[in-house]
Design a protein around this ligand. Sequence first.
Ligand SMILES: NC(=O)c1ccc[n+]([C@@H]2O[C@H](COP(=O)([O-])OP(=O)(O)OC[C@H]3O[C@@H](n4cnc5c(N)ncnc54)[C@H](O)[C@@H]3O)[C@@H](O)[C@H]2O)c1
Length: 286
Amino acid sequence: LGTCQQIWQALTDAAYDRKGLLVNLGGGVIGDMGGFCAATYKRGIAFAQVPTTLLAQVDASVGGKLGIDFMGFKNHIGVFCQPKLVAVCPAFLETLPPRELRSGFAEVLKHCLIRDRAWWERLRRARPDRLPEGLSWLDIVAHSIGVKDAVVAADPTERGLRKILNFGHTAGHAVETFFLQEGPKLLHGEAIAVGMVAEAYLSWRRGWISRPDLDAVAACLLGIYGKVRLEERRIGEMAALAVQDKKNEGGTVMAALLEGGIGQAGYDHALSMAELEESLRFYASL
Ligand SMILES: NC(=O)c1ccc[n+]([C@@H]2O[C@H](COP(=O)([O-])OP(=O)(O)OC[C@H]3O[C@@H](n4cnc5c(N)ncnc54)[C@H](O)[C@@H]3O)[C@@H](O)[C@H]2O)c1
């Protein structure tokens, strides 16, 4: 919020009027914060997103969710507001640290898993530093934005379908929060990779994906992200963190799972604590 004040101050000093355009050049933090400041300055001026990380290009800059952290809570204050323009240039990825590139790639894989089996087959053996023959970042980013954009267009304010974008994020956020508190901190995509393995397992347990598909998801994600060590005696605590999730309703933990197989996610699947713990134990057993 302190940084937002500086931005509002700069807009005021520069005498920005309501015809102004704020251009947010940077990663997801800049896009979210700059967008939030634009959406609230004088009740809203136009803004453009120029995302420079893979995560921001395929995820944060698309969909109109703008949030800032407040008192230690992530995205606690925010609005829905669409940018006038999102300009994506893959050349920015050339300077991105490899770990950040890998983190963003988790959302690319998520988009394939929830909506597009054919693209999952194309990308599941890819590595962010070794793209498949004939595919460029431009192709991959364009496909990924296309998936998110179509989902958001069908449900801009997350009343239904948009929830499928949360695949991997129920277990993943719990793991992310746990390591934020305990260290070492994980990048978002690294935590979501754990969450996608756990939630693919739950999809398999419900008979929605085959065992070879589950094994392929686990092999792909562990191959790229390695294995995060989850201590058996802390798994209960970790799963309990999922109760805090914004996606829950009335204290029930809700998740998006691959209910129609790979490439077809569904939402609003209630999870018991026992199931969540079992899914994290499955990950730990790999
Ligand atoms: N609004 C949404 O729908 C949405 C969706 C997903 C994530 N997010 C938000 O996005 C944020 C994470 O975004 P992020 O992963 O882009 O992190 P980030 O903005 O913190 O950027 C990661 C790091 O990369 C650096 N960087 C950015 N571009 C670079 C480039 N081209 N070359 C070299 N370094 C570069 C940044 O300075 C930073 O250190 C989180 O706050 C998350 O809540 C929002």
